[in-house]
Design a protein. Structure first.
Length: 400
């Protein structure tokens, strides 16, 4: 079954792939957790979190242009520092974040599912893990088509929330007044640490590099556009929610966007519930694909079992790596609470982002430029990415 992945993903498919996974985990699931931590200032937490995402994203964009390979982060660290233990650690850390992210997303899926009917959490999650694994094994082209379609539904759902929330922007002066009274405090940054989880997704894109057509050119553009689109949507949606709903209601809801539709429209909350369900599954599917490709790439780097590098000649996908990924996701999603999973993901990915930014700094300063590149950023970009990652790690320790 040993073989190579097929290049079947174009720019627009890649862009939808990235936007879909970012939005699926973020605004549909984690918004209540951020509101509970930051209070009325939770929209600012999303903005602050986006700063790290932008600096790190630009660093990823250049590195993906230099080294368009699966197991992206492990490859970048390996090319910069040539330390096998370090790139092994990074590879498994990224895999863990993807697994934890998918597990968190699936818990959010169960919350929205309860809008339609009640079922045991273990049953609904187990069924969906099996379905997503089957889709991921079927093929990357089919998976990306499904992701693209669902991403359009996600965008439609968010536009619906914004449309019904815009009239409530008349309450914005009151909200700003509240922000001034509360001032800039640690809770905003603590909320930003959780909100950062919602930007997890653009780094998943680089792990599909070997399946992207003209990856050195298309990958950087897709990463940058995906971050810009998600940042704008996060701020606008969180802002209209903040001026439309009591913070206690947002923080206490398992399906906050469905609550928004219920309060301010004659539409059934089941409409938003249905959109949220497929959006959440979109994010989980992309994470599953990312982790399986990471395992595949790590196998090629000889830092993971050889069997995980096996590719089916029929589907062109790493079946064993996908099955392992699905199994771990299922176990984890049935074991830990949502907030703890999101915080763990944010912490680990911040460490990885710091190392990736440090890798780009090292590569830029070395005499050997390392890899051909179709995209390049000034050296202060990875420096700011490293500094901001370390700062947020400090904030996370201070807030625990």
């Amino acid at each position: 079954m040993k073989g190579k992945l097929k290049k079947q993903v174009g720019f627009y498919s890649l862009l939808f792939y990235g936007v879909g996974t970012i939005l699926g985990a973020g605004i549909y699931v984690i918004i209540s957790e951020v509101a509970e931590t930051s209070g009325s200032q939770f929209p600012l937490s999303f903005v602050i979190a986006s700063v790290i995402a932008i600096f790190a994203g630009l660093s990823y964009a250049e590195l993906s242009s230099r080294f368009p390979l699966s197991a992206g982060e492990a490859v970048y660290v390996d090319r910069a520092f040539h330390l096998k233990p370090l790139n092994t650690l990074v590879g498994y850390a990224v895999s863990l974040t993807g697994i934890v992210s998918a597990s968190t997303i699936l818990k959010g899926f169960h919350g929205y599912l309860e809008i339609f009917f009640h079922s045991p959490q273990w049953l609904s999650i187990t069924i969906m893990v099996f379905i997503l694994a089957a889709i991921a094994i079927k093929g990357i082209k089919e998976s990306v088509i499904i992701v693209s379609i669902i991403t359009l539904l996600e965008l439609g759902g968010l536009i619906l929330v914004i449309a019904y929330g815009v009239p409530q922007l008349s309450n914005l002066p009151v909200l700003i007044g509240t922000w001034k009274q509360e001032g800039l405090n640690l809770s905003i940054f603590a909320g930003a640490f959780i909100a950062f989880f919602s930007f997890v997704g653009f780094e998943d894109m680089v792990n599909s590099s070997e399946e992207v057509i003209d990856a050195p050119k298309n990958m950087p553009r897709a990463i940058i556009y995906a971050i810009i689109i998600s940042t704008i949507l996060y701020f606008v949606v969180s802002l209209v929610c903040a001026v439309s709903l009591p913070i206690a209601d947002i923080a206490g809801s398992k399906a906050p966007l469905a609550l928004m539709i219920k309060r301010y429209s004659s539409l059934s909350p089941m409409i938003m519930g249905g959109i949220a369900l497929v959006a959440i599954l979109n994010g989980a599917l992309v994470q599953m694909i990312m982790v399986s490709r990471m395992f595949y790439g790590m196998s090629n780097l000889k830092i993971a079992p050889k069997i995980l590098g096996s590719v089916s000649p029929k589907t062109g996908t790493p079946i064993y790596a996908t099955l392992l990924t699905a199994s771990i996701i299922l176990i984890l999603s049935l074991s830990f609470p949502l907030g703890n999973l999101a915080k763990a993901t944010s912490f680990i990915i911040l460490v990885v982002f710091g190392l990736v930014c440090a890798a780009l700094i090292k590569i830029k300063l070395s005499k050997k430029s390392g890899g051909k590149k179709a995209f390049e950023v000034p050296i202060y970009i990875p420096i700011l990415g490293l500094v901001s990652s370390v700062f947020f790690l400090f904030i996370s320790l201070m807030s625990t």
